[in-house]
Design a protein around this ligand. Structure first.
Ligand SMILES: [Zn+2]
Length: 128
């Protein structure tokens, strides 16, 4: 998805969930014209937004798992109490890096083999 910044007309592209894209204003302009909103966006950015399924990860060769997410291993949580294999590991890094990790995973594993998740704006996780 691509939109033009309402202030400087530069092109911003990315996820429609991203506050930068949904507000239609680029980050530098938000900082300049809406400092309060910028603070809110900063705190949004700190939340890990991607995660992988722990059970699926354990089925990977250990070296692959370590190489892929070893340095960005974040919080472990259960996203569905009714299911034993709904435990996820958050990717504690920026979205760009997390997307790159998911892209590498998808070269070898499909959506059912290694489940990956993205956090929505309201905090729920959805399969990607
Ligand atoms: Zn702008």
């Amino acid at each position: 998805m691509k939109v033009a910044c309402a202030w400087c007309k530069c092109h911003i592209s990315g996820d429609p969930d991203d506050p930068v894209v949904s507000h239609g204003i680029c980050k530098p302009c938000v900082k300049l014209h809406f400092p309060e909103l910028a603070d809110e966006m900063e705190s949004d950015d700190e939340l890990p937004r991607y995660a992988v399924n722990l059970a699926d990860l354990m089925r990977m060769p250990p070296l692959c798992a370590t190489f892929l997410i070893g340095s960005v291993r974040g919080e472990v949580s259960n996203i569905d109490k009714r299911k034993v294999d709904a435990t996820i590991v958050e990717l504690a890094c920026d979205a760009e890096r997390a997307e790159a990790i998911v892209a590498v995973i998808r070269v070898r594993y499909n959506r059912n083999e290694l489940r990956c998740y993205k956090r929505g704006r309201r905090g729920g996780w959805k399969r990607i």
